[in-house]
Every structure is written in C-alpha cells, then in structure tokens.
Design a protein around this ligand. Structure first.
Ligand SMILES: Cc1cc2nc3c(=O)[nH]c(=O)nc-3n(C[C@H](O)[C@H](O)[C@H](O)COP(=O)(O)OP(=O)(O)OC[C@H]3O[C@@H](n4cnc5c(N)ncnc54)[C@H](O)[C@@H]3O)c2cc1C
Length: 415
C-alpha cells in the first residue's frame, strides 16, 4: 500500500499527528499493535492542563531528597533495583530542575502549553466528542497553610508571566463547591482555564474516527519492523506492506525501542503511574477534578466512576506492578472524600509517562534520517499536548510555517 505518511503509535499523540496530516491532504496510515488510545492515553487523569506551564521538576535540596530517599511517600515511589540503570536519567533530570535551568525550560515550554486548549477545541468539535468534555477548570486542595501560601504565590507569578488564570478559595468556599469533601482545608486554587476529559481513551477513539472520516486508514502492525527503503519508509501491517515518504514515531513510552534500533541514543525514561476506579456516592458526588496537594494524587469524576490517579514511580518500564502509591493514597482519599465507594477494578491499572530529562517532549525531524519524525516524551502532559504536537509535526512535514518555534523541542538538543 502506498501512502504519503506513516504514523507509528495510536495514542493521543499519534492520532493527533495523523488527523493533522490527513487534514492537510496527506494520505496517512496509522499503525498500532493495539487499538487507538488503549495504553498510556487511556489511563491518565484526563486534564487538558492549560495551566501546566511549569513541568514537574525533580526535588531539589538535601532535606527534600532525603525524604524522597526514604521511599515511603505517596507522590513518588522508586524501585531500588532500578536505580543503577536509571541514575543517569535522574541526574540529568535533577540538573535541569535547578532553578536557573528550570526557568529557561519553563519559558521554552509555555508557548506549546498555551496552545493546548485552542488545539483540542477544533478536534473536539469536528469529532463530536463534546459530551466527554468538562470546561470548569480544576482544583488543587491544601490541607497545609504553608503549602497553600507557596502555591498561591506561584500562581500569582504564573498569571503575571504566562496569563494563566486562577482564583484563590478558602477551605469553606471549596467545600461549598464540593460538598462531599470531609476534611478541613486551608484553601484551594481553582485553575479556571483547563478543560477535562471524562474518558481520555474514548477521546482518542473519537479523534481516530475523525481521522478515518477524513480518508485516513488505521491498521494493525508492529512498529519495530520500520525500515528505510531508498527514499521511502516501509512497515509490515495486517493489510500488507505500507510504504511512504514520511514516517512519524509516536510510540510514547516505547519510542526508545525503535529509535535505538535506528541508532539514536536519546536519554529517555519513564515515570510510571497507576489508577483505580471507585463507585461515586449517590449523595454529594464528586463533580470536578481535585488534587490532594499534600499527597500528590488526583480524584477525577470519570464516566466509569471516580478515578484515583497516582503520582510518579521511577522503575524500569516493564517491571511488575507495585501499586503501593494507590494503597497509600486510598485512606487519605477516603478521609478527603468520605463518600468514595468500593473499588471497581480487579487490579490497579498501570501506565508509563514517557519522560525526557529536560521535561519537554521531543518533536521534530530525526537528525540522521530523511523523512523520519519524532513525536514523543510528553511525560505528564501528553493528553494536554497531543493536538498541539500533531499540528506542529504536520506543519513541519508539509513545509508550512510552524505555529510555535519548534527549536526547544528538537531531538538535536540531545546531540
Ligand atoms: C497516571 C497518569 C496520569 C496522567 N494524567 C495526565 C493528565 O491529566 N493530563 C495529561 O496531559 N497527561 C497525563 N498523563 C500523561 C499522558 O497520559 C501521556 O503523556 C500520554 O498518554 C502519552 O501519549 P502517547 O500517544 O505519547 O503514548 P501512548 O498513549 O502510550 O501511545 C503509544 C502507542 O504506541 C503503541 N505501540 C507501542 N509500541 C508499539 C510497537 N512496537 N508496535 C506498534 N505499536 C506500538 C501502543 O500500543 C500505544 O497505542 C498521565 C499519565 C499517567 C500514567
């Protein structure tokens, strides 16, 4: 089968790239070994984080590092046995999180985040996915006055620098908005711009349907079989061999498996995460997305029930699940929101946020292969940035002027 472009990976990033290429008249084949939106893009917290201009930094300062080192926190967990393998990644991540480096990264990252909602909006409308979307912002809840003051100060700065809007609430005001809350709070931040998705995997399926309605083809195939053949790229699929001038690698946490076969040594890592669903209470159900800032988990009112999502786990991508964070979060969540019902899933779901040590995605042409493009490494913000990434890659492939400066996201920054 001849095509103009092959997109490998049908998560939120790959599907968004495919939609944007197809909208520009490029005959595109989307390849995945599974269905669309069944991996990382299925299990996330569903936030389109317009406020997310500050990517998650590595803890700084000896006192903080020591508390994380004890490995008994809820917001972060690590596998001791994995440390020798992941230490180089963690060291670079720590270095990039130092205040001077971090500030530069925040400024580079902000323009992409600024396009998160404006790029989702047309796809949501064209795909008919409006029923999955809430436009009420989301809340960070503070049980601790010092944490609240720190967060309120940061929010002021973010508003001034990046136009991110928020309102500050007292604990009592927050409880009036979510009457099911059960602990006294010192206050809350309401990020008013973000949207949220009640079924993130379902949104990816809607975008895939949009892609197909535009004439795109989705096929089953193994991405690791990608080969360069003259000036073209080829991959075997259930529909036979597909050949195209351009190929985009959008394999999320698996991207490194293919890029290393092609000879690239990118510093990729993963931040694993878990979720569990719970029954919504009949009285005072949870109505909006809330983060318990003291413990680093989110409670989110999804189609399936209340989804609790965990913080980050540093481990090898394919090591067996160790959902200790869900077990530690659950009692705190039951205290925060006493109506939280029974567990709905037999086991916690596990995913792996595809991470880079400078907290920014890799979006752009492969340095040493013509017609090969990278679109991965979105860490905590892949759902947020899928459509913005799709537009950026499609514009680069078709030779249009990119709508944001792509330099900071280029794979060349890693040599
Ligand atoms: C607990 C948790 C909460 C999160 N919350 C949020 C949030 O609220 N907001 C937000 O913006 N982000 C959030 N994220 C991050 C977000 O989910 C990811 O950044 C995003 O889903 C990555 O999308 P992707 O398309 O790059 O990867 P994926 O969704 O993983 O897609 C990769 C695709 O590649 C396919 N694939 C892999 N290997 C092969 C192969 N060899 N051959 C063929 N196909 C292959 C897979 O089947 C998969 O479909 C969260 C993540 C976690 C874990």
């Amino acid at each position: 089968m001849q095509a103009d472009s092959i997109v490998l990976g049908a998560g939120i990033v790959g599907v968004s790239v495919a939609v944007h290429l197809q909208m520009r008249g490029r005959a595109t084949v989307l390849v995945d070994r599974r269905g669309a939106g069944e991996e990382t893009s299925y299990g996330n917290a569903g936030l389109i984080q317009r406020e997310g201009v500050m990517p998650h930094p590595f803890p700084q300062g000896i006192d903080k590092l020591l508390t994380y080192g004890l490995n008994n926190r809820t917001d972060m967990h690590y596998h001791l046995a994995a440390l020798p393998r992941i230490a180089p990644f963690l060291a670079r991540y720590w270095w990039n999180s130092r205040s001077d480096n971090y500030l530069r990264i925040v400024r580079d990252y902000a323009p992409l985040i600024a396009a998160s909602i404006s790029e989702h909006a047309p796809l949501i409308e064209k795909s008919g996915a409006g029923h999955l979307i809430e436009k009420k912002g989301w809340y960070q809840l503070y049980r601790d006055a010092a944490m609240r003051d720190d967060a309120f100060g940061k929010a002021e700065w973010m508003s001034r620098e990046f136009g991110v809007r928020h309102e500050k609430l007292t604990g009592a005001e927050m409880v009036r908005r979510e009457p099911g809350l059960g602990v006294p709070l010192e206050g809350a931040l309401h990020w008013t711009d973000p949207w949220s998705v009640r079924d993130p995997g379902g949104l990816v399926v809607k975008y895939r349907e949009l892609f197909e309605s535009l004439g795109g083809r989705t096929v089953t195939g193994e991405a690791l079989g990608l080969e360069q053949h003259g000036a073209a790229w080829r991959v075997g699929t259930s529909d036979g061999l597909v050949e195209a001038k351009d190929a985009v690698i959008a394999l999320g946490p698996w991207a490194g498996d293919l890029t290393s076969l092609l000879g690239y040594r990118l510093p990729l890592g993963v931040k694993r995460g878990y979720h569990m669903h719970y029954v919504q209470p009949a009285r005072n159900p949870l109505t909006n997305w809330i983060l318990d800032a003291s413990y680093g988990y989110l409670l989110t009112p999804m189609v399936r029930g209340i989804r609790l999502t965990s913080g980050a786990e540093f481990a090898l991508r394919d090591a067996p699940s160790t959902p200790v964070q869900i077990d530690r979060d659950e009692p705190e969540a039951r205290e925060l929101f006493p109506g939280l019902g029974e567990r709905l899933d037999a086991e916690p779901w596990r995913g792996a946020r595809p991470a880079t040590p400078d907290m920014m995605p890799i979006i752009g042409p492969a340095p040493r292969h013509k017609g090969l493009w990278f679109a991965f490494g979105h860490a905590h913000h892949g759902l947020t940035l899928g459509p913005a990434t799709g537009r950026l890659i499609a514009e680069m492939i078709t030779g249009e002027a990119p709508f944001v400066n792509p330099t900071a996201f280029s794979p060349r920054r890693f040599g």
